[in-house]
Design a binder for this molecule. Sequence first.
Ligand code: DAT
Length: 171
Amino acid sequence: MPDNQLSRVILISGTPGVGKTTTSNLLKSKGYSVLNFNDFIIRYGLYFGYDFSRDSVIIDEEILESKIRQELEQLKGLLIIEGHTSEIVPKEFVKVAFILRCNPSILRDRLTLSRDYSLDKIEENVQAEIMDECLIAMQEQLPSSKILELDSTNSSPEEIVDVIINYIKKI
Ligand code: DAT
């Protein structure tokens, strides 16, 4: 398929608690199409187990990549895909990946206030943020020219969304 006929995908990734859902909901309210990657995985049963210690589904990356590819081949236009495993989306569709970041101690506060997570799970996510896990996972898939980090520590969700929309307008 020629590149100009592919659907264009913007990824939003980052450690749980950095603000992906909040940002995505704002984008949705402004009329953008947003796919929550975790909902997609669950809707199509694209997982083969549940990791109770991490409170997350265990995915089969090959099956998931093939299913999302099928979906994207049928789509035209812009789709925002949000999720902390969204680096699995085939790179030929991806225009840019935004990695939301947050200062680890603020992230700990956000997770403590907003989630029913155990202390271990909160610390696991804080460590993942410190270790750049989502950034590194994305860097393994995309060139650095297609990855933009946005720090949500001192920026409101509206400010984050403005940056994303300004970028979208240019592609
Ligand atoms: P995620 O979807 O990445 O797990 P979220 O959108 O559920 O994160 O946000 C987690 C919490 O942090 C939630 O209580 C809202 C708050 N939050 C999100 N973005 C923020 C921002 N830019 N500034 C302050 N708080 C934010």
